[in-house]
Design a binder for this molecule. Structure first.
Ligand code: CP3
Length: 345
């Protein structure tokens, strides 16, 4: 693999440079839909897998080899950097991260330690070093954004309406700002460590921030996002991607952030984002549920999205959110080939 020439199509698309075809990767491209993943997962917990560099590298590589995608994403979780700062988190299959000691008071926030990636999570840079030797496509590092991390920390697990998270935000804005500042510093040091180890790009997942209206986003979240992206841009030159679900109403605000790429879910079309004046590279946004439809329907939808993406430079094909266990490997293989063949100049 390492002998293959390096495929930088994804990085060029991030920078709005010309590409021979539209690059593609999938959120959650390593996961339980793959029989090989399930076999490894039988032997280890999620964190054991992601914290053992050889295993982490193996599952990170798997979708690149199996699907032919144009980028790899490090096999870890947005919760990974929270464990060493004092958060007791476990990943429960089919549920998500569950936290036994939620963060709900000023004292809880003050107790959160500062992250030192080198000593707390050395397996991250070790995994990246291994992957740099093995991969012939770019490696994406990633982190959770403060609002999305806070939603797990405050609720103690996944939530539908984020009442306690938003309750803390509205009722105790000083405590909220302290939490955002601490999580902002964590996100910056975690992303910087990944870039230093060799990640070619970084994606910040703000999956649940769409729960806020635009005004509240501007007041309670935008300042820390500006700080994170500014600090990353000052210290690295890798492309930065910002992604959220149901965040179409925040796009104008996102357009002002110093990021290179905006990841869209399936609710906001590529055309609609362009009409809203977004000039950055766009990434997305096939509804992952479509992967259960007959091939003809997937093909039609994918081509519609590709036609929209092709109208301006700077487009990366992806799903509007992650793959899931019921998806067939063959469907993603066929989709990847379609994206490449349909867009080849
Ligand atoms: O995309 C990739 O392949 C890279 C690895 C990755 C994982 N999680 C691995 C994982 C990435 C980028 C994430 C991000 C993540 N984790 C987000 C942001 C993106 C999104 O999906 O909105 C969030 C909100 C989490 C929190 C989390 N961790 C959830 C919701 C779950 C899924 C629970 C489930 O079983 O459906 C996890 C666990 C998790 N993270 C799995 C994987 C492969 C499943 C672990 C398993 O049981 O095998």
């Amino acid at each position: 693999m390492a002998s293959q020439p390096f495929n930088d199509t994804f990085l060029r698309a991030c920078r709005q440079e010309p590409t021979e075809y539209t690059p593609v990767w999938y959120m959650r491209q390593a996961g339980r839909y793959q029989p090989e993943y399930r076999r490894i997962r039988e032997k280890y917990s999620f964190f054991e897998m992601s914290e053992t560099p050889e295993v982490c590298a193996e599952v990170t590589r798997l979708p690149v080899e199996q699907l032919g995608v144009d980028a790899a994403i490090l096999f870890a979780d947005i919760m990974t950097p929270l464990k060493p700062i004092g958060v007791d988190v476990n990943i429960r299959p089919g549920v998500g991260p569950v936290i036994s000691n939620p963060v709900r008071s000023e004292a809880d926030v003050r107790r959160l330690r500062e992250l030192d990636p080198e000593s707390h999570i050395p397996f991250i840079s070790e995994s990246i070093h291994i992957l740099k030797e093995q991969l012939s496509v770019p490696l994406i590092g990633f982190a959770g954004a403060p609002f999305t991390l806070a939603s797990y920390l405050v609720e103690g697990g996944p939530s539908k309406n984020y009442h306690m998270t938003k309750g803390l935000m509205y009722a105790q804005p000083g405590v909220w700002n302290l939490l955002m500042e601490k999580l902002g510093s964590l996100t910056v040091s975690y992303l910087k460590a990944q870039v230093k180890a060799g990640a070619h790009a970084v994606q910040v997942f703000d999956s649940w921030v769409g729960a806020l209206n635009e005004d509240d986003y501007r007041t309670y979240v935008a300042p820390v996002m500006h700080r994170i992206f500014t600090e990353i841009k000052q210290s690295t030159d890798v492309p930065v991607i910002y992604f959220g679900i149901g965040a179409g109403h925040l796009l104008e605000e996102w357009g002002r952030l110093p990021v290179d790429v905006i990841g869209l879910d399936w609710r906001t079309s590529i055309d609609a984002a362009r009409r809203m004046g977004i000039r950055k590279t766009l990434q997305g946004n096939l509804d992952p549920s479509l992967l259960l439809a007959p091939w003809e329907i997937i093909e039609k939808k994918a081509k519609e999205i590709l036609d929209q993406g092709a109208s301006v430079p700077g487009y990366i094909f992806n799903l509007g959110h992650g793959t899931f266990p019921e998806v067939q490997v063959e469907t993603l293989q066929r989709l990847t080939a379609l994206i490449h063949d349909y867009t080849k100049k």
